[in-house]
Design a protein around this ligand. Sequence first.
Ligand code: GAP
Length: 450
Amino acid sequence: MSTHASKISMEKIVSLAKRRGFIFPGSEIYGGLSGTWDYGPLGVELKNNIKREFWRTLVYQRDDTVGLDAAVLMNPRVWEASGHTEAFADPLIECKVCHERIRADNQEDKESHEKTHRTRKETPAWTEPRQFNLLMAAELGSVEGKKSSVYLRGEITQGVHVNFKNVLDAAWMKIPFGIVQIGKAFRNEITPGNFTFRSREFEQMELQYYVRPHEAESMRWFLYWKEERMAWYKRLGIRGANLRFREHAPDERAHYARAAWDIEYNSPFGGWKECEGIHHRGEWDLSRHKEFSGVDLSYFDEEAKERFIPWVIETSGGVDRALLFFLIDAYREEPDKDGVRTLLKIHPQLAPYKVAVFPLLANKPDLVDRARKIYTILKSSLVAAWDDIGNIGKRYRRQDEIGTPFCITVDFETLEDGTVTVRDRDTMRQERVNEKELIEHLSDKIKTGS
Ligand code: GAP
């Protein structure tokens, strides 16, 4: 709890996110809708960049994985097979004083709720824990009386498993292989909160990796993916001290899970919180879908002349949670000559804008024209911002706060020799670069994150 992240106030993050257009409360002008969030002009860029990096690492840079984009709505039998209609329920307790319901296992919420009542001189008391289904129901069909109930998917996972055979037949994959998916999931969370951390509509990014049903081999893959996923967060800039692995306690683990670990982040709201889960799901998924659908989901290994139901190693992360933790981890306040500068020290690959272009003076047409030309050329390769308002110092501050790694100033020297000033967000160092070399110069730095 002594690391940097735990000291940052969430008010500052929430306020920056709103003010600069990263994250807005959902349906705000109607008083909001609990557990929903809208991503603004910069938020959608950051979110897309996170998803692109996930896809690049898990699909494009490998030969043993492919992508998929399954429907949100699925045949309700899917959720019976997966166990969600039965088991996707949180034990809840209800406050006998105000009837608010909270998770029975959330000691923190329980204590803070009891404190509120005590300060009002009321005596808190709870009901026994009861089950509550987290699946969100929807009605399909437009004719009254002929509607059928379906669920919005509670996890993106099942869309992958029900397509196991389709992918196998279409893409000719050989075990071990994985299917990657990113998409929305919905849960009737009892206590959404901590900004986007627990929402009712959120996005997941997952890999379902199918392996041979062999104990030692499957565990090797489990350990491999556990390390890979941790390395991904670190490579994209989250400080190692703010990340850790945590093994699920036996009573937390699904009954079919052979191993379950979380990657946790040291958050400013109550310390270590789950960011991503890595689970060894054994044969549960495919054997259940085989049983409930009646379709044979076994795999025939040509080399070993062996038929089996593959085991599944899953990595399941939240896009919104990753985004929140990337934001928190990147947020810095540093003393400088004008007081304090706020900056988002976010990895250039994730930064919404890669570069901002400024004409030194907004009232000199020669400078503005030349800067516009450079800006237009840069925009064909990199996501770029334009700013000609206020002095250069103020423009730097505005870009620092949203994480733009490089700012380019076009000045009178540019008109003479074609060089511009490139200023680095983190070091604030400036160098002269020829305008013709800018794209190559910046692209290298963005790729390596330096
Ligand atoms: N397929 C496995 C699965 O869905 P999970 O631990 O329930 O496992 C995986 O969810 C990830 O999805 C979590 O680690 C978290 O990052 C994200 N997630 C789950 N519930 C969420 C919520 N209510 N709001 C935001 N993200 C959530």
